[in-house]
Design a protein around this ligand. Structure first.
Ligand code: ADP
Length: 398
């Protein structure tokens, strides 16, 4: 078999892998969860049986188990040609994917103070694949890199500039691989080139962010120093008044607790008191559960406000794009959000919207809409595989 590309995405207690061939067809994918606990397990898509991992199994154990399955099934009969890693924070150092060497590893470590929950575990993934495939070129693909084109007026907070100079306090933005993919896909659908396409890209999954992309470049985005800022998310609050921290401190809530409150207990979960899952919320709302209806309303209104805000960075809008689990699948969220934006001239076609754009090459805008509205499935693994192939084998188009 010709070369394969392995994509690795490490979370704090999980590890996801995907295997592609050199034409970027996906061959397999697998997931390990609850790592570091007594009941860690792994699954490979398309196979019913779970792989039970030993108590306390870590990322290396999980990777070994998943790779063994791929080898047994003949999909990975030699070391991969390239390995791509999702790395959350590249700070201001990385404007693009980087072939991993000692300097790149050091720079990823340096960025860890900006993403203490993510970068160290991403490094763990790199160590695990290095142990298994020491000769394979490995590539780091950063969530932040696409947003390094943000102009200064968009990335600076209005706090003493010294905080930026000393500690890098600024807006970085995340979900870059997904937003970049949207820019390319929207251009393809519209018959344009990415460099002449301007879109607003709304990535709505468990984490949610929105980005203004002007002629292919990210020029504004809703996530900031951390992935907490901006839109309402599954368990994250998005924007709150920074005065809340002081207020809560006065109530005796310490910073660790505030972190948990805003990251884990807020968003759709906090408002509904039931679930962080939009599909379940829609069902609850259908049955008249008022807090769930409120959660959906707050989610859609915040999103609409941000779509309006993103207009300020564009001189032309070729399309508003919805993606991510919610963006791709919730006709209700798209409809409720766009209902707030009639002043801008957005309209939606109910039938196309109910089909999630699947019968209209992504389009869901009404015939009289001033702007196109697209639904485009995201594919972050594919972007990482493509970047890995291109960086590991320069000259071969990904
Ligand atoms: P992640 O950010 O973890 O990759 P996803 O992009 O898979 O998450 O998005 C998960 C979200 O998408 C969940 O809130 C889920 O309920 C929502 N979702 C998936 N399908 C639907 C649907 N048919 N209707 C509404 N929400 C949906």
């Amino acid at each position: 078999m010709e070369g394969t590309i392995l994509v690795v995405n490490c979370g704090s207690s999980s590890l996801k892998i995907a295997l592609f061939d050199e034409q970027l067809n996906k061959l397999a994918s697998g997931l390990a969860e609850r790592l570091g606990t007594d009941d860690g397990f792994a699954t490979v898509k398309g196979r019913a049986e779970r792989i039970e991992l030993a108590a306390g199994a870590d990322h290396q154990d999980a990777l070994n188990a998943l790779v063994a399955v791929l080898q047994d099934s003949g999909l990975l009969d030699a070391a991969p040609a390239a390995i791509g890693h999702r790395v959350v924070h590249g700070g201001e150092t990385f404007r693009a994917a980087a072939l991993i060497n000692e300097d790149v590893l050091d720079a990823i470590k340096d960025c860890a103070s900006l993403a203490p929950l993510h970068n160290p575990v991403n490094l763990t993934g790199i160590e695990a694949t290095t142990a298994l495939f020491p000769s394979t070129p490995q590539v780091a693909v950063f969530d932040t890199a696409f947003h390094q084109t943000l102009p200064r007026k968009a990335y600076l907070y209005a706090v003493p500039l010294q905080l930026y100079k000393d500690w890098g306090v600024r807006r970085y933005g995340f979900h870059g691989t997904s937003h970049q993919f949207m820019a390319n896909e929207a251009a393809r659908i519209l018959g344009k080139t990415p460099a002449t396409t301007s879109i607003i890209s709304a990535h709505l999954g468990n984490g949610c962010s929105i980005t203004a992309i002007r002629d292919g470049n990210s020029v504004d985005t809703s996530m900031g120093l951390t992935p907490l800022e901006g839109l309402v998310m599954g368990t994250r609050s998005g924007d709150v008044d920074p005065g809340l921290f002081d207020f809560l401190a006065q109530k005796g809530v310490d910073s660790r607790e505030v972190h948990r409150l805003l990251n884990n207990d807020s968003g759709l979960l906090g408002l509904s008191g039931q679930t962080n899952d939009m599909r379940s919320l829609c069902e609850l709302a259908d049955h008249g559960h008022e807090p769930s209806q409120t959660a959906i309303d707050v989610f859609c209104f915040r999103l609409a406000r941000y779509i309006g805000a993103m207009m300020a960075s564009l001189n032309r809008l070729d399309a508003l794009v919805f993606t991510g689990g919610i963006g791709e699948n919730s006709s209700l969220v798209r409809e409720k959000t766009l209902a707030h934006l009639s002043l801008f001239g957005f309209t939606i076609d109910d039938e196309l919207n109910n089909h999630h754009g699947s019968i209209s090459d992504g389009h869901i805008e009404g015939a009289d809409s001033r702007f196109r509205v697209l639904v485009i499935p995201t594919n972050e693994e594919l972007v990482i595989a493509r970047e890995a192939l291109a960086s590991a084998r320069p000259g071969i188009p990904g």
